[in-house]
Design a protein around this ligand. Structure first.
Ligand SMILES: *Cc1c(COP(=O)(O)O)cnc(C)c1O
Length: 337
């Protein structure tokens, strides 16, 4: 696998640390827990979209774009990281935020990621929940092109075969880190949604013959749809890389959708517990929408005895802590004012 064949800008802080979680492992009484700190990739508090954007932004420049268009939910981390890299590279940036009616609290509509999008100088427009957001992006691209701009559309979550290369690269990085310390990794667990992270990881780990199984915890789509989306994108990415798409067995793509609760972005009690445990035992901030729900799933799997004693389980921290401020009120913390 030679990723240098693909255009890439280097701005992510890599490699991200692979750290142990000794206090939390002991408190939960299960396997040895490790954390891969992709919350530390850089770009306006970091997160998993930074790795994808290294390849996507290089592709945008290769196609001579001067304007980036992307979309997400109101508190999208992907949008925030895209706004940051557009600012850094001098691209214009237009973002469409879908109001999925998660909360009308001013913290949700104005703070967290929305505050950061605005600080980075992006042009923000809102769309009602349920809009055809891809059609909205296409229409905006046509309009900007007719006004003389050269727009480049980044899909939701940066998840296409270009963005997924960022997580093929993460698979290389993680395998190398584990090899360096003779650490046998038995499971890799992470939050999954628009599929680019999981598709890149399963493809990269399979191509390396690493034997590390990936377990995606869906924060959005039901299991069957999630697995199908990941499989389809992993195959497309394999073709893009000139790898044999049949390299990937269908049953290697595993997603669990038991921890979504009422829906995307809607808090659950187990997420709140997970965020508090990670903060109090390890001093690390998870987020309410993705990593908090995924870690809640991992805690539940540990409690149910899903892992064997002595196994090493890596949680990929995909970032998102800036949305904690948008959700501050749900944590029910005492007021010391
Ligand atoms: C986007 C995101 C994910 C999900 O990654 P996908 O590649 O969209 O599946 C997980 N965690 C955080 C914090 C995210 O922002």
């Amino acid at each position: 696998m030679h990723l240098s064949r693909f255009p890439r800008l280097h701005f992510a802080h890599l490699p991200t640390p692979l750290e142990s979680l000794p206090r939390l492992s002991e408190a939960l009484g299960g396997p040895h827990l490790w954390i891969k700190r992709d919350d530390c990739t850089g770009l306006s508090t970091g997160g998993n979209k930074t790795r994808k954007l290294e390849f996507l932004m290089a592709d945008a420049f290769a196609r001579d774009a001067d304007t980036i268009i992307t979309r997400g939910a109101t508190q999208s981390n992907h949008v925030r990281q895209t706004c940051a890299i557009a600012a850094k590279t001098g691209m214009n940036c237009h973002v469409l935020l879908e109001d999925r009616a998660i909360s009308d609290h001013p913290a949700y509509t104005q703070s967290g990621n929305v505050l950061l999008d605005q600080l980075h100088g992006a042009t923000i427009s809102k769309r009602p929940g349920g809009s055809d957001m891809d059609a909205e992006m296409a229409q905006l691209a046509d309009q900007l092109a007719s006004e003389g701009s050269r727009p480049y559309v980044i899909p939701v979550g940066g998840s296409n075969e270009v963005g997924a290369l960022g997580y093929v690269n993460a698979a290389l990085e993680l395998t190398y880190q584990a090899n360096e310390r003779s650490l046998r990794l038995d499971h890799l667990v992470h939050a999954t949604s628009s599929s680019g992270t999981q598709a890149g990881l399963v493809l990269g780990l399979q191509a390396l013959n690493s034997g590390i199984p990936v377990y995606g915890i869906s924060v959005d789509h039901p299991r069957e749809i999630m697995q199908e989306n990941v499989y389809e994108l992993a195959r497309r990415t394999a073709e893009y890389m000139d790898l044999d798409p049949d390299l990937l067995a269908r049953d290697r793509i595993v997603a669990n959708s038991d921890y979504i609760g009422e829906g995307y972005g809607i808090p659950t009690d187990s997420m709140i517990e997970a965020v508090k445990l990670m903060a109090r035992y390890e001093g690390i901030l998870l987020d309410p929408v993705y990593s908090g729900k995924a870690f809640a799933g991992l805690i539940d799997l540990i409690r149910k005895g899903h892992f064997r004693e002595g196994e090493n389980v890596v949680f990929l921290h995909t970032g998102g802590s800036s949305s904690l401020f948008a959700y501050a009120q749900i944590f029910d913390l005492p007021d010391h004012g």
